[in-house]
Each structure stands twice: as C-alpha cells, then as structure tokens.
Design a protein around this ligand. Sequence first.
Ligand code: SF4
Length: 427
Amino acid sequence: MATSGGETVTVFKDLGLVAQVFDEPALAGLEGHLGIGHTRYSTTGSTTWANAQPAHRQIGATSVALGHNGNLTNTAELAEALGISAATTDSDLMAEGIAREVNDERSDSRGLEMAVMKVAPTWEGAFSVVLMDQGHIVGIRDPHGFRPLCMGSLPDGGTVLASETAALDLVGARFVREISAGEMVVIDASGVHSYYPFADVNPGLCLFEFVYFARPDSQMYGRSIHGARHAMGRALAEEHPIEADIVVPVPESGIPAAQGYSAASGIRYSDGLVKNRYVGRTFIEPDQMLRDQGIRLKLNPIVENLEGQRVVLVDDSIVRGSTTKQLVRMVRDAGATEVHLRVSSPPYRWPCFYGMDTSDRSTLIAASMDVAEIREHLDADTLGYLSLDALLEATGVADAGFCNACLSGDYPTTIPSSADKFQLERS
Ligand code: SF4
C-alpha cells in the first residue's frame, strides 16, 4: 500500500498474504487521506520483494506510486526507450516513465495527470492502473479495458477505485460506475475529472473475468457475475446433457455453474468436495510442483455423498489439466461409479498476454489435444465444454465487447514476439 497526507508518499509492501504483511504496526505507519493498494499476480518478472507493488519512484520533489493489474505487451521496447535495464517488471517501467515525465515546475499542480496523459499512450497491452503522488489519485484503463476498474463513493463523500464492485461493498462504498475502456480519472481536492488519452478505443473485457477471475458477488458491464455463471451452467446442461445421479461443483468458482447445470437438468446438486479455506487458489501458485501438491491441500472429498453415484463434475475451466486430472481421480477414489466432466467455458487453446499467467502455449492441454484426447487423459467417462457462443450469450452482455483470444486465437492487439515473463531480468 501507499498513502499520503499531502506532503510525502509512504509505501509499505512485502511478499505474502495481505493479513501476514499488514499487521497493526505496519498499518499504523500508513497515514493520510489518499492511498492505493495492490496484490500482485505475477505475469512479468519473478516473485521478489522488488517486484511487489505498488511500484515507487522518487524523482525530484515528485513521489509516484503505482499499482497495475494486467500485463504490457511492449515491455522490451519501453525498457529500451527509457534506456534502463534495472527494472524487472512492466509496472516498474510504467512508474519510471511517469516519474520522469512529471514536471515539478507546473504552477497548476497538474504535473501527474499531464504526465500520465503523455506516457500512457506508449503502453501496449492490458493495464488497469491506480497511481498517486502527494496530492492526486489517478485511475486509468487501457483502450480495450481488458482488466476491470470501477468507482464508488464513500458515505462521507470520499471516492474509491477498485478492480471489482465487491471491494466497494467491503469498505461501505456505493457503486457509482465503471471506468470506461480508455478512460482516465483524476481524483484530487477539486473532485473527480475524466479524460480520454487514447486515439482508438475498442472495448474487450477479459471474458475470463466472467468465467473465473472475478468474485461472484461482483458486477461487470452491469451484470451479476454469479448470475452469468449460473446461466453458463444452464447452457452447459443444454449443450451436454447426461444421465447421472448428482451434480458436484469444483469449489469455489464452479459452484454457480453447477447450480445452473442442476437447475436445467433436474439432476440433484450435491457437495462432493470441500475446500480448505486456509489455502490460496492453486492456480496462482507459479510452480508446477507446488500446483501438483496444492490440490491435495486445497480440496477434500465427502465420501458419503460420492460413493456409488454417477457424478457430473462441473468446473469453470481446464487450463493445464493437472488439477482436473487429480480431481477426477479423487472423485473416483471416493467411490463415484461414473465421472462426467462438464466445463463452463470452451477449450483454453491459446496463450494469454494480458494478465493471465498462461503465456507458454506448451503448458495448455487443449493446445495439443482434442476433446476426445483430453477426456482420455483426464480419465473422465465423458467430457463436455461450453461453446463460445453459449458462453457469450450467458454473460447477458454479449455485445458489450470481450477479449476471447485464449479460446479463439483472435487477439485484439499485436502480440509480443517473445512471451518470456522474465525477459527484462535476462536483458
Ligand atoms: Fe482473458 Fe483469455 Fe483475453 Fe487473456 S486471452 S485477457 S485470459 S480472454
């Protein structure tokens, strides 16, 4: 987190879960009426203290802190243009570029916003960013709006920016509106001001926000994420019906789709797997060995619900396949007589360069196997994926503009020639 009371920007960051990093003494040192915070999901650079966010730069009298959700696709070009090799993440380069551009001499104190207006159009790829200096908060979304960003207001009149509306609920803020794709908002003592620094705007929110990333109690494009996932499950039951005894979700993100599948098929919904609430999502652990171990720490079967049952197992996606294979095994070992796997998104075939840590195509199971081969590999009795048309329909906002590159190979931007997440560290 970074905070300011108007004079200086104080930054406190570390590796670990939020509750581990921010104990009472750490929080007591973060004073002020302005603040930003970010929990980083590593898609560029390794997991080190220096790469934890907010990124911070002090140049002259200007102190800039920046939190970045997404992934730039022109990091190598930006590093070269700035003539630096010390930065190890795209977000570091963003902070560096802005700090250099801030003109401390401006008499109207609009230095930060003018710098962002000038520098942000040089960034390519995905970025929903919050940044601050001593007197301003700026929020900005790339011209496709790959990653979400919304605005709320506090009961005392304060303004909040957040990735998801669920975060507004947590601090008692009222949802005001989404920041539009390509929009920049500046919050300072005079209020909230909106700007559009990009020449071409073409909305393309990440479709996986609806499938997996976002919390079910959030809203995007005005649509409930839970409602959309329920609709995906109903559509999945229509596209891939099967005779079975129970529908079992892979908790937590598979739950609404399993409820939808059960409602549409009439097959009883049952909890067959229990999530350990004290272990993070396995997908975000960056190392394959940790992921393999993670599933056993993360989920446990309820044997009395699964024993002797023909199970429809509903998950939101299959990316690498290693987790799913262990899940099918776990359900069979618990006594299920049949396991019918249903997935509420299409095969994930193409790498993502916009903030999901799947830039290596060789790790994607659907990149090298067709559906029949995947079924056999996972040892499921049947396997059914939701079609892309049905998925878009289930969002309820199919025409709002989505990126679906990982499902279709249809990328909305130029993609980088090198997808190496450690490219800056090696240069
Ligand atoms: Fe989302 Fe897939 Fe697009 Fe990446 S490629 S932004 S995961 S829809």
